[in-house]
Ligand binder design. Structure first.
Ligand code: AMP
Ligand code: MG
Length: 512
């Protein structure tokens, strides 16, 4: 006999869509200076390309037992392809400005993003945003669309970064359509649904500061403090405290990027999140061979956003944010030398936070449980070794987990200059002897700090090519692999292999 509660579970449909009462639209309450209300333009004949069950679970949606890309159901397909929004949503595009490639770019804003609203979830209110839902008043010359190619990249990388433990906006769903979109060639349109506690960028602050809208600037800062940094209210100057909190989060985030070999590619101030999340995946790339001067964005002609420059650019962007926040920090008074000093003091922890975060991450990656003099040099010299031979970043770190002084071969074999490797490995072996932890334990620890699977460009490219031919299975399979980047997954060993030769000629630009 079936127990009563089981009967009930079987009869009641699981909640797969948000209920109207679960939407709060706090940003919409800020007033018209901050956004324009509008509807998306629906994609014709939308199809699910992929859905992240893990992001759905974050939202409290029941997907258990459901399988495939259609786990969210037809009503969600309608809403997440830019069709009729769910009851309770108050869709809008926000306005922001920013510095692009170091120069003031003026007003930008959500040119192809639409905030549906904030959904109350077990993890707190989450903004649900469509990207690629058609033009907005901030589209400038753009068509408001996103192509399937770049949407697959954003969808997969958002989820990959999350599962690597790196703060990021999430991706819930990817919907495709035959709608043609013109880029260098004719491509097809897609919409990614992104999820984050907030999509606010440094550029939102810059916008109101640049236009001298001090009331709006204060409203924005108070909103951010109230909902995201309430601890700042305790400080003598809450706005300086906010700047310092953003400084620390940004430093931690960039340390995360450096440690995993992630290159953002377009670190303009409108692409830096106030919450310290990785945001706006465009021409990003994970390093294959370790080249600190690597430029992942084909449109970055001067190499402003190389891997090695990311820490300095983060600091530059924070200074732009600090500049925008000066009137807030000054309060009722004039912006004077004392204000500047307060702002500089708030920015000051950047370098030390970043270096400390990098040291912590490198120590974990080297399998060192304690901190000793010489650890920084050991990590730096290892990276210098990788840089010298352009050794594969992900594979080298992962293989180091299985290094033992008695059997250095799997990692030693990666280097042509065996003498240089042996010299470093001798120091590493001495350092490991000071730790005294058994090799197997250290290897297990290191495998939790050195991912086996990252979203290499060529993996993404293969998924894109299949999807462009109508086969979404590779995108879905790659998502599953990237959800467990630290696990061995021997059945997916090919995804952890060296990139093929054709990967070297792949070019990624801002065109998306
Ligand atoms: P990005 O640097 O790619 O994050 O975008 C910079 C600015 O350009 C933002 O304001 C985007 O909303 C806008 N943008 C980029 N592509 C498009 C597009 N196809 N249509 C409208 N706006 C766009
Ligand atoms: Mg952007």
């Amino acid at each position: 006999m079936i127990a009563a509660h089981e009967t009930q579970t079987a009869c009641e449909p699981a909640e797969r869509a948000p209920q109207p009462q679960r939407w709060v639209n706090r940003y919409a309450d800020l007033g018209p200076a901050f956004f324009t209300r509008l509807r998306a333009q629906a994609l014709p004949d939308p199809q699910w390309v992929a859905v992240s069950a893990s992001t759905a679970a974050l939202l409290g949606w029941a997907t258990e037992g459901a399988d495939g890309a259609d786990i969210l159901g037809p009503q969600a397909l309608e809403a997440l392809s830019g069709g009729t929004p769910w009851p309770g949503c108050d869709p809008l595009a926000t306005v922001y400005s920013g510095h692009q490639f170091g120069a003031w770019a003026g007003q930008l804003g959500d040119g192809r993003a639409l905030l549906l609203g904030e959904l109350v979830t077990p993890a707190g209110p989450m903004e649900i945003q469509l990207k690629g839902g058609g033009p907005t008043p901030y589209s400038r010359m753009g068509d408001g669309r996103a192509v399937l190619r770049s949407s697959i990249r954003e969808f997969l990388c958002s989820e990959a970064m999350h599962h690597l433990g790196i703060p990021t906006t999430r991706a819930l769903a990817l919907v495709g359509s035959a709608l043609p979109v013109r880029r260098e060639t004719l491509e097809t349109a897609a919409v990614v649904t992104r999820v984050a506690p907030s999509f606010l960028r440094f550029g939102h602050f810059e916008h109101f500061a640049h236009h001298g809208q001090s009331e709006a600037l204060k409203t924005l800062a108070d909103f951010v403090i109230e909902h995201h940094f309430p601890g700042c209210l305790e400080a003598a100057n809450p706005y300086a405290a906010l700047l310092e909190a953003v400084t620390r989060r940004t430093a931690e985030l960039i340390a995360d990027w450096q440690a995993v070999g992630f290159c953002h590619g377009v670190m303009n101030t409108d692409n830096l999140s106030v919450l310290g999340l990785t945001i706006d995946y465009g021409p990003f790339g994970f390093l294959d061979g370790f080249d600190p001067g690597h430029i992942c964005n084909h449109s970055d002609h001067h190499g402003r956003y190389t891997y090695a420059n990311q820490p300095r650019v983060g600091q530059w962007n924070l200074h732009a944010l600090g500049q925008a926040m000066l009137p807030l920090i000054a309060g009722d008074g004039e912006v004077d030398e004392a204000t500047t000093e307060l702002a500089l003091a708030a920015l000051e922890p950047y370098e030390a936070t970043l270096q400390a975060a990098l040291r912590t991450r490198h120590r974990a990656k080297l399998g060192l449980a304690s901190a000793q003099d010489g650890d920084v040099a050991l990590a730096d010299d290892w990276l210098a070794l990788l840089a010298m031979e352009r050794t594969d970043h992900t594979i080298a770190w992962r293989r180091l987990a299985d290094f033992t002084p008695a059997d250095p071969h799997p990692v030693r074999d990666l280097f042509r200059d065996r003498a240089a490797f042996d010299a470093w490995a001798g120091r590493y072996a001495q350092r490991l002897a000071l730790e005294g932890s058994p090799d197997v334990e250290r290897a297990a620890r290191m495998k939790l700090a050195n991912p086996k699977f990252v979203l290499r460009n060529h993996l993404c490219e293969s998924a894109i090519r299949a999807a462009q031919g109508g086969d979404f299975s590779e995108t879905q399979r790659l998502l599953k692999v990237l959800e467990r980047p630290f696990a061995e997954q021997p059945e997916h060993a090919a995804y952890a292999d060296f990139p093929p030769d054709w990967a070297q000629t792949l070019e990624v630009s801002c065109s998306s």
